[in-house]
Design a protein around this ligand. Structure first.
Ligand code: NAD
Length: 405
């Protein structure tokens, strides 16, 4: 009998996974967001990852009805793992998803977590929620796995089928069964020795990026203040065989800017002293302030009433080629500058429903001229058509982080 796989949370991670698996298994995409389910049923993915035709072709059943996912062979949990205001992990979505699975699973179900967690959390959720609600026992009545997701939205090269997929399981049987599932859709599988090793591998991958970007952001600030061209400095340094190529920029989104807080939460609980992880996070989390500071500095030189200084912020999503605006630092910059200047914002990729989150979002932004233009990024689909100089006032300031991308 064909395995029935339920994907719990059909967002950036869950939808491509559901599409890939649906070529081999019966797949149900379960999501608590009624709107998301409705859109997907109408073949619309607002994350712009899966084209309409592909959704039309797929046999995935999208639902928000818990009855549709009862007694399934496999549940893969891909719900968000955000943080609260003070950066404490918000585990409520993971807990809710675990409860949903516990209430609907059957004996011999396999439960796989893909959401990013700190080491130990998968086993904890299984013990404290799944075993308690279902009354089933781990490894006797059901199997557990952790397989971190490595997708990089907007990246057409490192797609799910091409990346090395880490899998892990609660016992040998779990590993074998989970490996078999992912082998269908990923060319390379790496078996981690435990759930905790797999969880830790995922979290350090993202922290390593955060810390490296923080270091280069700090360099960028130093050399900008010294009036030295940092782009040229990076190019020169990159000629050394072991220089690591990282670019300065605004770190946002749902992964790199969030995952370090998950590990920091655990180290705090365990009273393990850390320095680099939080230091990297501090640098990157405050990078938007440096951008604002540079814009203010230039604006002060214009000897104009700030309310008459026209500023354009171009590129609002958290990164190039991705419509995701979660934790976008451009948003923070816009909100600060909007209080003081005549601000216009624009991005060609964000969903219409997100436009209202930015002050004075204007599709026809290019009809005006600006004193200051801050370019966070230009999406690839826009090509090279943007000539910001054309809409920059004489003696205006074009400040771009795009050179580094
Ligand atoms: N976005 C990425 O690039 C990326 C990459 C690697 C790993 N991850 C990790 O994968 C996880 C998911 O991230 P995402 O970006 O896909 O999130 P997302 O917000 O795009 O999608 C998650 C979906 O889960 C749904 N959901 C929330 N609670 C639910 C529940 N209790 N039951 C069912 N559905 C529920 C939401 O409505 C949403 O549609 C996170 O842990 C993230 O850190 C994300």
């Amino acid at each position: 009998m064909k395995k029935k796989i339920v994907i719990v949370g059909i967002g950036y991670v869950g939808l491509p996974l559901a599409i890939s698996l649906s070529r081999f298994y019966e797949v149900i995409g379960f999501d608590t967001n009624v709107n998301r389910v409705k859109q997907l049923k109408n073949f619309k993915d607002i994350n712009k990852q899966i084209l309409r035709n592909k959704l039309k072709e797929s046999k995935i059943k999208f639902t928000n009805n818990i009855k549709d996912i009862r007694h399934s062979s496999v549940y893969i949990i891909t719900v968000p793992t955000p943080v609260y205001k003070k950066n404490k992990p918000n585990l409520s979505l993971l807990k809710d998803a675990s409860k949903t699975v516990a209430k609907t699973m059957r004996r011999k179900s396999i439960i796989i977590y893909e959401s990013t967690v700190y080491p130990g959390l998968t086993r904890f959720l299984s013990k404290s929620i799944i075993e308690k609600i279902s009354k089933f026992k781990l490894n006797k009545d059901f199997l557990l796995g952790y397989s971190p997701e490595r997708i990089n939205p907007g990246d057409k090269k490192n797609t799910l089928n091409k990346i090395v997929k880490i899998v892990s399981g609660s016992n040998e049987d779990a590993v074998l069964k989970i490996k078999e599932i992912y082998s269908k859709i990923c060319r390379k599988i790496y078996v981690a020795n435990s759930l905790e090793i797999a969880e830790s591998a995922k979290i350090i991958e993202n922290i390593q990026r955060d810390v490296n970007i923080a270091l280069v952001n700090e360099f960028y600030k130093i050399f900008s203040e010294l009036n030295l061209n940092f782009d040229e400095i990076l190019k020169a340094a990159a000629t050394k065989w072991n220089f690591l190529k990282f670019n300065p920029g605004l770190v946002g989104g749902h992964c790199i800017g969030v995952d370090p807080y998950y590990l920091l939460h655990l180290t705090k609980l365990k009273k393990i002293k850390t320095e680099m992880v939080s230091s990297g996070r501090n640098v990157n989390d405050n990078m938007h302030k440096y951008v604002v500071q540079r814009i203010n500095k230039f604006a002060n030189k214009l000897s104009k009433n700030p309310k008459n200084i026209k500023i354009l912020i171009y590129g609002l999503t958290y990164k190039k080629d991705c419509p995701d605006i979660r934790n976008s630092q451009s948003k923070r910059i816009s909100n600060i500058l909007d209080k003081k200047y005549d601000l216009t914002t624009f991005d060609s990729l964000i969903d219409r429903s997100d436009e209202k989150q930015f002050p004075n979002f204007k599709k026809n932004y290019s009809k005006n001229n600006y004193d200051i233009i801050f370019v966070n990024h230009v999406h690839t689909k826009d090509g090279k058509k943007y000539k910001f100089e054309k809409i920059l006032n004489k003696n205006g300031f074009l400040y771009s982080l795009e050179n580094f991308k």
